[in-house]
Design a protein around this ligand. Structure first.
Ligand code: GUN
Ligand code: ZN
Length: 441
């Protein structure tokens, strides 16, 4: 059945850094969807037909759903853990919480809650680190598949420098990753990311296993962490004394390329930036996490000028909010401290098409182009009294977007659609369902 979703519709077809012709905006717009996909987008007057079921979100904005390219599934109860920087935070809070995900019942319960939080915040695709237990990835993929939600995930490979309850071995990490790839990669909307956690927790023997997996499955993503924290870098280089720098470790195991996502990428040497550009590897900026863990200030401009494609992500539970809006707010502030700007058009491009580009999935998600998944977020720039007050003085689309970017969170997400299906309870659905021509939500 075809459906018309009505509102003030915005999407991007180019990076605002590159050209002023970067977005399309329909003040009286609509998106025609069927079978979980977008058939057409444009002016309501051009798409309206008597026979269509209409959901009317005016005056709210409708954009492609947010994409979160770096988040930790087993850390949903680690968020807001006090007082530590990266290595202490991992040892004190994170590894013990991840140990619980060996229990399939716990993992299954958390998987549903994890996806609920994502969609409550307008995020329709995430790239997730699971725990080292195969059960955790199975639980997440199973839950995502039942919602027809596109998730990219992998069990972390980690065979040292943590606690025994989260250690695997080189062989078990290979076997479990392989079994998960066979079961889930390309099943429905699920994709697998080969996930050596970071060089500290992977022995050279395990890195070799990651290299073998990457060679055997070149269409899988690879995700890990890079140069987040100064103590982390020192420890890493002591473990791999022959490496030229941190990036060189991943490079020497053949793990760089355009499907590789390098979380944080803060304290980089010029050689590392050049090598990331040369290999097409992606940097992922995690602003709320970088501030919370005191890690450092991401240098978006240097990476962009060098030709490195970057994503922007929450990194829950090091990150302090599930909201990509809050992530954009903290990203704006970090770039201010760097003397750089994050314009609202650039920000909303980044959280949608930009992150899709970083994943190489821009033909499936991140825009409203016909053929893309009907993954949508409906945003209300007047969601709170303070936002409504500020919005009284907003005269342009960019100003409205900036209110969302700085003041928005899940309260500003009026609805989220995953493959055309609404994920939030309707706020004022008429009794009797959707018989009426138009329903305002
Ligand atoms: N480096 C290795 N593991 C992690 C993690 O779970 N969170 C963050 N922020 N950095 C990491
Ligand atoms: Zn992370």
């Amino acid at each position: 059945m075809q459906q018309l979703i009505r509102g003030r519709v915005l999407d991007f077809h180019a990076d605002p850094h590159d050209t002023a012709d970067n977005h399309r905006f329909w003040e009286n717009g609509a998106i025609l969807i069927e079978g979980g996909r977008i058939l057409a987008v444009g002016d309501h007057a051009d798409l309206a037909r008597d026979s269509l079921m209409v959901i009317d979100h005016r005056p709210n904005l409708i954009l492609p759903g947010f994409i979160d390219p770096h988040i930790h599934f087993p850390q949903l109860q680690v968020i807001a853990s006090w007082g530590a920087q990266l290595l202490d935070w991992l040892n004190t809070y994170t590894f013990p919480a991840e140990a619980q995900f060996a229990d399939p019942d716990h993992a299954a319960r958390m998987a549903g809650l994890f996806l609920d939080q994502l969609t409550a915040h307008g995020t329709t695709t995430a790239v997730a680190f699971c725990s080292s237990h195969k059960t955790s990835a199975e639980a997440l993929f199973t839950a995502a598949q039942s919602r027809d939600m596109a998730i990219i995930a992998g069990k972390v490979m980690m065979d040292r420098n943590a606690i025994p309850a989260v250690h695997d071995t080189p062989q078990s990490s290979y076997d479990d990753s392989k079994a998960l790839i066979d079961a889930w990669h390309g099943k429905g909307r699920q994709r697998y990311a080969i996930t050596p956690r970071f060089a500290i927790t992977s022995s050279p023997a395990q890195m070799e296993m990651a290299q073998t997996l990457a060679r055997e499955h070149p269409d899988c993503h690879i995700q890990t962490h890079l140069s987040e924290n100064r103590d982390e870098i020192d420890f890493t280089l002591s473990l791999y004394p022959k490496a030229r720098d941190y990036l060189d470790i991943y490079d020497s195991y053949g793990l760089l390329g355009s499907r590789t996502l390098l979380g944080h990428s803060i304290h980089l040497e010029p050689r590392e930036v050049a090598r990331m550009a040369e290999t097409g590897s992606r940097a992922v900026f995690c602003p709320t996490s970088n501030l919370f863990l005191g890690s450092g200030l991401f240098d978006a401009e240097t990476l962009r000028r060098a030709g490195v494609v970057s994503g922007i992500a929450t990194d829950v539970g090091g990150g302090t909010s599930w909201s990509m809006l809050q992530t954009l707010a903290e990203g704006y502030k970090i770039l201010q401290l760097r003397g750089q700007k994050l314009h609202p058009l650039t920000a909303f491009h980044w959280a949608t098409r930009g992150n899709a580009l970083a994943l190489g999935l821009q033909d499936q998600i991140g825009t409203l182009a016909p053929g893309s998944a009907a993954d949508l977020v409906v945003l209300n720039p007047r969601a709170t009294p303070a936002m409504a007050l500020r919005a009284e003085r907003a005269q342009t689309l960019a100003e409205e977007l900036f209110i969302l970017q700085i003041m928005g969170d899940d309260r500003a997400v009026a609805q989220t659609y995953v493959a055309g299906r609404p994920q939030k309870p309707r706020q004022d659905a008429p009794t009797g369902g959707l018989q009426s021509d138009a329903e305002r939500v």
